[in-house]
Design a binder for this molecule. Structure first.
Ligand SMILES: NC(=O)c1ccc[n+]([C@@H]2O[C@H](COP(=O)([O-])OP(=O)(O)OC[C@H]3O[C@@H](n4cnc5c(N)ncnc54)[C@H](O)[C@@H]3O)[C@@H](O)[C@H]2O)c1
Ligand SMILES: O=C(O)C(=O)C[C@@H](O)[C@H](O)[C@H](O)COP(=O)(O)O
Ligand SMILES: [Zn+2]
Length: 373
């Protein structure tokens, strides 16, 4: 965590338990403040964040907290029941109590796991989220969806548990590998299509600036995406309806992630998923050609994939049957009927889905063990 530069920007999530997402550089004082009246703090973090976690632990100790570090396995390996079990054991050993705090430090996998551990420990303790990837900042750390992966599928076990604060320190992006910035851009672009088309204009005007982790454009894209998410989760935390729109591109995306045993980056899979639903929407007569084509165009500008293995459709269809949005066995897709006009397509004709899949995947062979991004 570095010295503070400009004044941080704040986005308020007006849910039943409102909280603030603070976006800035050098947010250590805010992280400490967010631990409030806790006595003990457990920092759950991924291996590349070890030094940052230790700096945070020492700063917390200097401020009078008893602070502990819990390192978890990297990426999707951390979103596992055995890892949650390890964390519960450690929380028991250190005596983390009801008024204490868990900090989730890292990418979306770390904030999902830390949120899940906090939600389940003593039936719910405070969690402060400190996302350190673009994807974590614009999406995973905001909104209170927590979870782990199981043999049954991705994120099928989890709890809605809102953070008490989210601290987005953009200085942490300096060490994030470029492919992870690209992956995060998929969720940013998602926000552009479902709610804030200005995001798409900004990326199209200058894709290089959009990908620069040190630049002002990045801060603007993070702020806009967080605002989109805050507006949605503030109205529908538990995804009774509106929140589904944040799942744009995820029905096929999650199926691809699962088929790839989670070796594909989440954003890469979601990018292909968005191209698929855009095509499906076009074929269903719901989306105009220009907006449908804009999907692949803008995703390619930042280096995201737009198609997947031609021969994988039947397996992906099988995997999509387990999607949480389905009703009574009927597939349900979030689609858009135009820019910022999210809607649903329920039980589409399988031949239409196959045609949409062929259209985006013609000529693609990458699959089964490939690492995209
Ligand atoms: N809860 C939600 O609402 C929500 C939303 C979107 C995505 N997600 C979940 O988030 C996960 C994906 O998140 P992600 O893309 O951040 O992946 P990730 O957490 O696996 O992080 C990607 C990689 O970046 C590394 N890393 C993190 N911060 C770093 C830093 N500052 N410097 C160097 N390396 C760093 C990580 O250790 C990891 O290797 C998926 O599991 C997805 O399901 C959840
Ligand atoms: O916050 C949400 O709601 C989302 O759907 C955001 C997604 O980007 C995210 O990947 C989320 O984890 C997906 O949730 P799931 O309920 O489909 O597992
Ligand atoms: Zn996502």
């Amino acid at each position: 965590m570095t010295e503070r530069a400009d004044e941080p920007v704040q986005v308020r999530v007006e849910s039943a338990h409102p909280y603030t997402v603070t976006i800035g550089r050098g947010l250590l004082p805010e992280i400490i403040k967010a631990c409030g009246a806790s006595h003990r703090v457990a920092i759950i973090y991924q291996p590349p964040l070890a030094e940052t976690a230790e700096g945070l632990r020492e700063a917390l100790e200097e401020s009078g907290y008893e602070a502990h570090r819990l390192e978890i396995p990297d990426a999707e390996n951390g979103k596992d029941l055995t890892v949650a079990g390890y964390c519960w054991d450690v929380l028991g050993q250190i005596g983390l109590g009801r008024r204490d705090t868990v900090i989730g430090l890292g990418g979306g996998a770390a904030t999902d796991l830390a949120g899940f551990v906090a939600a389940t420990w003593m039936r719910g303790v405070n969690v402060v989220q400190v996302p350190t990837t673009l994807l974590g900042m614009v999406d995973a750390a905001v909104g209170g969806k927590t979870g782990i992966n199981t043999d049954a599928g991705k994120n099928l076990v989890g709890v809605f548990h809102e953070p008490t604060a989210v601290l987005v320190d953009t200085a942490t992006l300096a060490t994030v590998p470029p492919n992870e910035i690209v992956s995060g851009m998929a969720e940013v672009i998602k926000c552009g299509f479902i709610a804030d088309p200005e995001i798409l204009d900004i990326i199209e005007r200058d894709p290089k600036a959009a990908l620069d982790p040190e630049g002002e454009t990045m801060v603007e894209l993070i702020r806009r995406s967080v605002q989109v998410k805050a507006d949605v989760v503030g109205k529908d935390l538990k995804e009774s309806d509106l929140r589904e729109i944040l799942n744009y591109g995820h029905t096929l995306g999650h199926a691809i992630e699962r088929r790839e045993s989670y070796r594909w980056r989440h954003g890469a899979a979601v990018a292909v998923g968005m191209c698929f639903v855009a095509e499906l929407s076009r074929l269903a007569g719901r989306l105009d050609d220009a907006t449908a084509d804009r999907h692949a165009a803008v995703l390619k500008l930042v280096g995201l994939p737009t198609g997947y293995d031609e021969g994988a459709f039947s397996r992906l269809l099988e995997l999509m049957q387990g999607d949480k949005k389905n009703h009574s066995g009927m597939l349900r897709f979030v689609v858009i009927d135009g820019l910022a006009k999210p809607s649903r397509l329920e039980g589409p004709d399988p031949t239409l889905m196959a045609a949409a899949y062929s259209a985006i995947s013609e000529g693609h062979t990458t699959s089964g063990g490939g690492i995209f991004l």
